[in-house]
Design a protein around this ligand. Structure first.
Ligand code: DGP
Length: 215
């Protein structure tokens, strides 16, 4: 059996429906890592810069029509396109932050009525996250935060509702950290950061409480 290479770094995944705050929180975390001298990398999925990512962009703009399985294979293939990069960052001991990752494929696939096991199989072999954070918000909050220019999926309240339910279902099965994303960003970040510290400390990273000098 072919095994994935051993790794030294840490992979943290950020999940949640649109407008939950994934990008803002991971950007804040990267900022904190910079202050602490921790080497981090941030990656977002879908990654629209790859060949398959560009195809997904057309799809999300309503310019392509694919059967459900085909589009879910494309979303998963987009993650496989970046496998080597993620593995190489991890092997160099970096902390990798992924905005959306394996669980996006499963949650959105389930929201479209596809089978959970089939969806997980598409992700089998990609580096597994050390911790997945679900930034949980209801669809109404997502809509209130972004009213216009929503993509094909973002426009559909029912789909967002099902994606959120699927996320909560997955979170209860896995060892995920669920954060209430309806709160002020500082408060969500506070909770996120304490869990990140625990994960990193358990992996041998040295983290001081705060590198900032308070007058
Ligand atoms: P974003 O770039 O994060 O706004 O994502 C674009 C849209 O694609 C969003 O509505 C959620 C959806 N999406 C993201 N990842 C996946 C995936 O792996 N599978 C499916 N089916 N949809 C996804």
């Amino acid at each position: 059996m072919k095994r994935n290479p051993p790794r030294l770094g840490v992979l943290l995944a950020f999940e949640g429906i649109d407008q939950s705050g994934k990008k803002t929180l991971s950007a804040l975390l990267m900022e904190r890592f910079r202050e602490l001298g921790i080497q981090g990398e941030r990656i977002s999925f879908p990654d629209y810069t790859t060949p398959i990512g560009r195809e997904l962009k057309f799809y999300l703009a309503g310019e392509r029509d694919y059967p459900p399985q085909t589009r879910h294979l494309l979303f998963a293939a987009n993650r496989w396109e970046r496998k080597r990069d993620i593995e190489s960052w991890l092997q160099r001991g970096k902390v990798v932050l992924a905005n959306r990752y394996l669980a996006s494929g499963v949650a959105y696939g389930m929201a479209h009525g596809l089978e959970k096991d089939w969806l997980w199989n598409l992700e089998e072999g990609l580096p597994k996250p050390d911790q997945t954070f679900l930034i949980d918000i209801p669809p109404q909050v997502s809509f209130a935060r972004k009213m216009k220019e929503r993509d094909l999926y973002e426009e559909q309240t029912d789909l967002l509702k099902r994606a959120r339910e699927a996320y909560l279902d997955l979170a209860s099965e896995g060892n995920w950290e669920v954060l209430d994303g309806t709160r002020e960003v500082e408060s969500v970040f506070g909770d996120l950061y304490s869990r990140v510290r625990e994960v990193l400390s358990s992996r041998g990273y040295e983290i001081t409480p705060s590198p900032r000098i308070h007058p």
